[in-house]
Design a protein around this ligand. Structure first.
Ligand code: CP3
Length: 338
C-alpha cells in the first residue's frame, strides 16, 4: 500500500500528516457521478453492478485526492438481503414497500450467509485491483439501531418515533430484531474484509434520537459485538448526534470514534486518550468563501491536537456543495504537517 496513513492513524500509530476522507465523498457532489447515474435506471443498478460501483468509488480518489476510497453501496443492502427490499425514490430517498409491523415479521427475516451481497464484495475486489495500492478501501455497514429505524419506519424521519416506540413497548422483540441484524452485519463485514477492505466504519446515523439509557441498552451491546467479531482490520464507529453517549462510545472496542461538529474534540479525547478521533468540520462550512474554508479547516486540525486524528466532516457532505470547496478542504488538510 503506497498510502497507508489512514490505517496507521486508525491504529493510533505515528503519521507524517493527518489523513483525510469525506463521508459521502462518492456520488452526488461530483459531475462525473451525476453523469453516470443519469445514464442508469436507478441507484440500485449502480450499487448492484460491481464494475460501475468500483468506478464511482474511485472517482473521489482521482478528483478530490482523498486518502481512502469508501466502497460505493448503501447501509440499506442489509435489510434488502434479509428479505425487506428498499427502493430509492428520486428526490425523496429510501422507501420500504414492506416494513416490520409485528413480532411475526421479525421471524420472517432471513439470516444471511453473505452470498446475497456478492455484488458488494465483487465491487471491493475490482476497486482494489484498479487502485493498485494507491489508497486503502474502506468498508461499511449501518449500525443495528439505524437499520431498524428504516425497517420499522419504512423511510426517513426526523424523529423515528415508530422505531423508538418499539424500544419502549416491545423491548424483547426489539432485542431480537437488533440481534438478527447484528448477526447479518457481522457476516457481511467479514466478507468485506475477505474481499480486501483495509478498515471499516459503522454508521449509526440516527443514534441522536435516543437517550443515554436507550443507547446503553439498545446500541452499545450490538456495536460491541460487531467490533469484537471483526478484529482483522481497524474499525471506526460514527454515532451522529449521540453526544449523551460519548463516554460509553469511547470505551467500545472500535479503534476510532467519529465526531459530529457539535462535539469538542479535546473534551471527547479526555474520555479515552488512546482512541483515534475522526471528524469533524461542519459540512456547511464548505458553503463559505475560500479563505474561510481554509481557516476553518486549520482551526479544526488544531482542535484535534494531542492524539491520533483522521480528518473528515462532521457528517456527510451535502449534495449541493461545490466539489471544488471539498477539494480545497482536502488540500488544506494535506498541506499541513504535524
Ligand atoms: O461516499 C459514500 O459514502 C458513498 C456510499 C454511501 C451511500 N450511502 C451512497 C448513497 C454510503 C456510505 C451511504 C450510507 C448511508 N445511506 C447512510 C449513513 C450515512 C449518513 O449519511 O448518515 C444512510 C443513513 C443511508 C440511507 C440513505 N441512502 C438515504 C437517507 C439516502 C437518501 C438521501 C441521500 O443521502 O441522498 C440514500 C441514497 C444514497 N446513498 C445516495 C448515495 C450516493 C443518493 C442516491 C442517488 O444517487 O440517487
Amino acid at each position: 500500500m503506497q498510502n497507508d496513513l489512514i490505517i496507521r492513524a486508525a491504529k493510533g500509530e505515528q503519521v507524517e500528516r493527518t489523513p483525510v476522507w469525506v463521508m459521502r465523498q462518492a456520488g452526488r457532489i461530483l459531475p462525473e457521478y451525476r453523469e453516470l447515474r443519469a445514464s442508469l435506471s436507478g441507484f440500485k443498478e449502480l450499487v448492484e453492478t460491481p464494475d460501475l460501483a468500483a468506478e464511482v468509488t474511485i472517482q473521489p480518489v482521482d478528483i478530490l485526492g482523498v486518502d481512502a476510497a469508501i466502497i460505493f453501496s448503501d447501509i440499506l443492502v442489509i435489510p434488502d438481503a434479509m428479505g425487506l427490499p428498499y427502493e430509492m425514490i428520486k428526490g425523496k430517498g429510501p422507501h420500504f414497500p414492506e416494513t416490520i409491523k409485528s413480532v411475526a415479521d421479525i421471524d420472517k427475516l432471513r439470516p444471511i450467509d453473505g452470498s446475497e451481497l456478492k455484488y458488494v464484495y465483487d465491487a471491493i475486489e475490482i476497486t482494489r485491483k484498479r487502485l493498485n495500492g494507491r489508497v486503502p478501501v474502506i468498508g461499511f455497514a449501518g449500525a443495528p439501531f439505524t437499520i431498524i429505524c428504516y425497517m420499522i419506519e419504512g423511510q426517513g424521519s426526523k424523529t423515528f418515533s415508530n422505531a423508538r416506540k418499539w424500544l419502549h413497548s416491545e423491548p424483547a422483540a426489539s432485542h431480537k430484531l437488533l440481534q438478527k441484524i447484528t448477526d447479518a452485519t457481522i457476516v457481511y463485514l467479514r466478507h468485506q474484509v475477505n474481499a480486501g477492505v483495509s478498515l471499516f466504519q459503522v454508521f449509526d446515523s440516527w443514534a441522536g434520537v435516543l437517550s443515554e439509557e436507550l443507547y446503553r441498552e439498545f446500541c452499545i451491546p450490538y456495536l460491541n459485538q460487531i467490533a469484537d467479531a471483526i478484529q482483522e482490520v481497524p474499525s471506526i464507529v460514527f454515532s451522529k448526534g449521540a453526544h449523551f453517549a460519548m463516554n460509553d462510545i469511547m470505551q467500545t472496542n472500535y479503534n476510532a470514534v467519529g465526531l459530529d461538529w457539535s462535539l469538542n474534540p479535546a473534551a471527547v479525547r479526555k474520555l479515552n486518550p488512546k482512541k483515534t478521533l475522526q471528524g469533524n468540520l461542519d459540512p456547511t462550512v464548505l458553503y463559505g468563501e475560500e479563505a474561510y474554508v481554509v481557516e476553518k479547516a486549520n482551526e479544526m486540525l488544531r482542535s484535534f491536537a494531542g492524539g491520533s486524528h483522521i480528518a473528515n466532516l462532521g457528517h456527510g457532505v451535502y449534495p449541493d456543495t461545490d466539489w471544488r470547496k471539498v477539494k480545497l478542504y482536502i488540500d488544506t488538510i494535506k498541506n499541513h504537517t504535524i
